[in-house]
Design a protein around this ligand. Structure first.
Ligand code: FHN
Length: 480
């Protein structure tokens, strides 16, 4: 679903592909925020460091985690199509490609909004998901509590469009309050919790309604101009604040709330006064991080490149959200990145000071796709041996040269030699272009001290000849 966004090296600001112009009904800010369904990310220069010491402390916790499991799950998984976006008539040109049956836009929207009446993931076992996430080396969960379609994966008291409503067959299941059981299962295993929440809600009538001049045609923004109907907009703001507070007070400790739908913002005339509710929330969730994507300012505590990795290290907290398959939502017969691809991606991100939120779209029956499970297990196998060079580290100059990436933790520098392809040759001598002072080098894995010579510009490591069954994903050397 997501178009690749071209990254501008200096600013980190995206050069948007020739995406859709500001379409009819979209506020000016909408085009800048999301192009073909993909958010760009805020400029490093516009970042505002939080003043609350508890938030600053939580940011250091966040920067230590490095790896999160993002999950997009909702009734749309039954169709194997893009999450929510096909509902927006103004985005139909790119979002309805997966709609390959004879329906009109109006009929499709009705059918989509009725998917809750058949959503029944009977094979959902949150403990199994949490065990797998732990095995995969995940340090936090980023879960879609509500996507743009407005369907709530928790027992909200502010909407009947929810997993626990009588018209959703899953409401009788012991795990019906999916967010409650997922958060508890992951938290029990020491995994952090970040709640994804869409600021846009295409189901609630205070955002989308039909009795407007545009009639049934819908774009990603509200079906009316908030400035022309402030009472309606205030109803939407109250509804949104109530749901955010509900998640923050009834579902245990939240380490972060991650706000999607960047077009819902003051500069686009859609001010939901997010800061007001976050300050209230932080009275019960001290230090909770807030990622108000693409907005900048005090409530975007970290920036969130999507489906891309900045060219250079960023000096601010950041997290790339990237799909393990080809889509954030579940796709039938999807193809998944290999462990090698994901670990190389993680290394590329961590040497630049960021986190990776790798996304898996669960199946409509409640299981995770087999291909995703295989890769997650493969990731965990590598991280169980070399995770020390990833978790809790920070950027280390020259951060990356050739296929050698660098991280640092206290007095140790880690040189990570990556092998992008399983056919890459594995040499017995390794050139490490690091110019700091080094007295000892050990090879992680067997923790053997290795021979090396210091030369201009770096160190040459001489390893004992070793027959590898297959090219390793990456080798790690500890420089002390
Ligand atoms: O519109 C959403 C999209 O559906 C998906 O949730 C991604 C995930 O980061 N965020 C928005 C697009 O940038």
């Amino acid at each position: 679903m997501s178009e690749e966004i071209l990254q501008n090296e200096e600013s980190g600001q995206t050069k948007e592909p020739a995406g859709p112009d500001v379409k009819e009904g979209q506020a000016a800010g909408e085009k800048e925020a999301v192009v073909a369904g993909v958010h760009n990310y805020s400029r490093e220069e516009s970042y505002v460091w939080p003043e609350d010491p508890r938030v600053l402390k939580k940011l250091e916790w966040f920067r230590d985690q490095k790896l999160g499991l993002m999950m997009h799950w909702g009734p749309y998984s039954q169709l194997g199509i893009v999450e929510s976006w096909a509902l927006s008539d103004a985005d139909a040109d790119w979002s309805r490609g997966g709609i390959d049956w004879e329906v009109t836009g109006e009929e499709f929207k009705k059918e989509y909004f009725n998917l809750n009446k058949t959503f029944n993931p009977l094979r959902f076992e949150p403990e199994k998901w949490a065990d797998l996430a732990k095995e995969a080396g995940m340090k936090y969960l980023l879960f879609t509590t509500k996507h743009h379609d407005g369907f709530c994966m928790w027992d909200t008291q502010y909407s009947d469009y929810k997993i626990t409503a009588p018209d959703c067959p899953f409401h009788t299941h012991k795990y019906a309050d999916i967010c409650a059981h997922l958060f508890e299962s992951f938290r029990k295993r020491g995994i952090g919790i970040a709640a994804y929440f869409s600021k846009a809600d295409w189901h609630v009538d205070s955002y989308w309604k039909d009795d407007t001049p545009k009639g049934k045609f819908k774009s990603r923004g509200p079906s009316y101009r908030p400035a022309e109907d402030p009472e309606e907009w205030e109803r939407f703001v109250t509804f949104t604040h109530n749901q955010i507070k509900e998640l923050a007070t009834g579902y245990g400790r939240l380490d972060a709330m991650w706000f999607d739908a960047g077009w819902v913002c003051e500069r686009a005339g859609q001010d939901i006064r997010l800061g007001e509710v976050i300050e209230q929330v932080r009275k019960v969730q001290p230090g909770m991080l807030c990622a108000d994507r693409t907005i900048g300012g005090p409530y975007e505590n970290y920036v969130t490149p999507e489906q891309c990795v900045p060219e250079k290290p960023l000096s601010i907290p950041w997290e790339s959200c990237i799909t393990l398959g080809t889509s954030f939502s579940f796709r039938y017969e999807d193809t998944y990145k290999s462990p090698r691809e994901v670990i190389n991606l993680l290394i590329d991100i961590v040497v630049k000071g960021g986190n990776l939120a790798i996304n898996v779209g669960p199946q409509p029956d409640g299981r995770l796709p087999e291909g995703a499970i295989r890769t997650l297990k493969g990731m965990g196998a590598w991280l169980s041996v070399y995770g020390e060079a990833i978790y809790g580290t920070r950027v280390c100059a020259p951060y990356k040269k050739g296929n050698i990436g660098f991280t640092r933790k206290k007095e140790t520098v880690y040189a990570i030699e990556t092998f992008a392809k399983e056919t890459d040759p594995v040499e017995n001598t390794v050139w490490i272009p690091y110019e700091g002072e080094v007295h000892e080098i050990t090879a992680m894995g067997d923790d053997k001290v290795v021979s090396f010579t210091g030369e201009a510009g770096g160190y040459r490591v001489m390893l004992e000849a070793h027959e590898y069954e297959s090219t390793p994903v990456a080798r790690v050397f500890c420089l002390k």
